[in-house]
Ligand binder design. Sequence first.
Ligand code: HGA
Length: 609
Amino acid sequence: MCGIVGAIAQRNVAKILLEGLSRLEYRGYDSSGVAINNETGVRAHRAVGKVQALRDKFDAVPLDGKQGIAHTRWATHGKPTEANAHPHFSGDDLALVHNGIIENHAPLRRELKEKGYEFKSETDTEVIVHLIHDALKSEPDFLQAVKNTLKRLEGAFAIAVTLNHENERMIAARKGSPLVVGVGIEENFVASDQLALLHVTDQFIFLEEGDVVEVTRDGVTIFDAQDTVQDRPVHVFNHNVDATDKGEYRHYMMKEIYEQPKVIAACLEGRISETKVLTSCFGVDSSFLKDIENVHIVACGTSYHAGMVAKYWIEDLAGLPCSVEVASEYRYRKVAVPKNTLFLTLSQSGETADTLAALRMAKELGYLTSLAICNVPSSTLVRESALTLLTNAGAEIGVASTKAFTTQLTALLITSIAIASEKGALSAEKEAELVTSMRSLPAHIDEALKQDAAIKKVSDRFANKHNALFLGRGPMFPIALEGSLKLKEISYIHAEAYPAGELKHGPLALVDEDMPIITLVPHNNMLDKLKSNLQEVAARGGELYVFADKDTDLHNEDGVIFTEVPKVDEILEPIVHTIPLQLLSYHVAVVKGTDVDQPRNLAKSVTVE
Ligand code: HGA
C-alpha cells in the first residue's frame, strides 16, 4: 500500500526521503514522488514504477532543501501515471501526500471546480490539497486551515502537507490510516511505517485516530480528535535495522521462510511451561477464557486461512462453536452475536483496513472481549483491541506472507489450548502432551526445510503450467487454500484449492494431463479416504504431487511425484505441511522469473478498503 515519508531538518532531506521510500518498497506500490522545499520554492520529481526511476530523476536533476514530503502510491483512484503520483499541489507552494481514500471526493471536486480550481490528476487525493488552499483564503493560519479542511473529508486518510513560505513547520494527520512521528535531534519526521525512518531515528510517537500534528525542527505538537493538545509517549524501536536486510538470500521471501524455526521458537517463548500454556500471555487478567462460549474469528487473506485452521482446533479441543469470516464481508452485514463470544482478529501488520473496521463494528455488538493476534506491537489493531497475543515474527518484508502465517498458527494453537484448558475440556495429561509437541515444532520446521533442494527440482515441472489444483481434508484444507494463494500471488499461475472430498462434485472435470494436482496427505483417520481421492485423479491422467510423511506408504510411482514431509503429531501437521508449499511457490516463481518479493498489483499491508 501507499507509503508516506516527511522530514524537516537542518540538512538536505532529499536522501533521507528517498531512503525512506526504498524502505517502504516492500509494501507494494506503482509510482512514487518527492517534493522538496527551499528558499526558491517547492520542486518535485515523480515517476512511475520503482523508486529507482525516481532516484534516476534526482541523479539527472538534484533537488535539495531542508523540508520535504515523499510518497509511494498504490493507485485506488486513477491509473498509475506520473500525473496521478503524489505529491499533489495547489497554487505555487502547497504540497500534499495522502494514504487512504476520500469517499466524498466527487462532490468536493465539483465544488472546487466551480470555484475555479483546475485538476491535474484523476485522484481523490487532489481535492484535499485544493481544499486546504481554499481554506487558507479565509484562515491564514496553516495549521488551522488544515484542521478546518479535515472536517470536510469522509473516508480514511493519513496526510503530510507542506507550505513553502512556512518552511518552519509541516502538518500531518491521521484518520483510518497509520502514521508515526519520528523524533530526532533538531530534526523530526513523519512516516506511515516506522521502518521507513530507522536510518534516521529509533524514537517514535504513534499517532491516534483523529490526531493532527504540527512538526517543526525542534518539536512536535499533537492535537487529538477533540483539538486538545496531547503529550504522547515516545517509544524506542527495538528491532534491529538489519530486519530490512536480505543477508545471504536472493529474496526476502526465502530469508523469511528460513527464519521460521527461530521465530516460531520466539512465538512460543514465555507462553508455555513444561506442561501447560501460560494463560498470563493474554495479560494479567485471563479470566475471560473461562467465560468464552463461542468464538468469532475475522481476518483477510492469509490471516483468514490461519483462522480457518483454528476453527478445527477450537471446536476439537475446546468443543466450542467457532465461525471464521473474511473481514470485508463481516463488516457490512448484520451479525448475530451469541452470549459470551470472543471476537478474535488476525493481521500481520495490524493496519488491515477491513479488519480494523470489523473490530470497530464488533465493539458495538456486545462481544465478551476482543483479542488480536498480530505481528506489530505498535499497530492500530493492537492498540484498539482489549487483548493481544503478538506473533513475534519480526519484520516481514516479502509481500507473500510466510513466517507471519506460521507464527499466527502457533499463536492460534496456544489460544485454542488455553481456551480448552480453562473451559475444563482438556485433561492435564493431554495439555502436557500438546505442549510437548509444540516445543518440538521449530525442529520439525528445520527438518521440513531440508526438502528445499528436492522441491526446487519439482518446481521445474511447473514452468509451463497455467493452472493448478490443491487438495486437502480437515485442517489441511485451509493449508491447501494458503498453498494455492501463495502460488497465485507470486508465480501468477491460476490455482484453486478444494476439500478433497469435493473433487467429484465439480473440479474433477478440470483434471487432465496438463493439470498438476497438489495434495496434502495428513497421517490421520482421513488417510484412506484421501488415497481414494488420489485414485480418482490418477484414473483421469492427472499429474499428482503428493506431500506426505513416509509412514503413509505413498511414494514416487507413475503419475505420482512424492515429497516427504516430516512425521509429526497430528495437531502440528497444518503448520509443518505449510513449509513445502511455501518452498514450492517460491521456486516456481523463480523459474517463472516473476518479482518474488513484490508481486504485481499486490501490497503488503492493505490499509485501504
Ligand atoms: N487514493 C489515493 C491514495 C491511495 C492509497 O492510499 N493506496 O494505498 C490514490 O489513489 O492516489
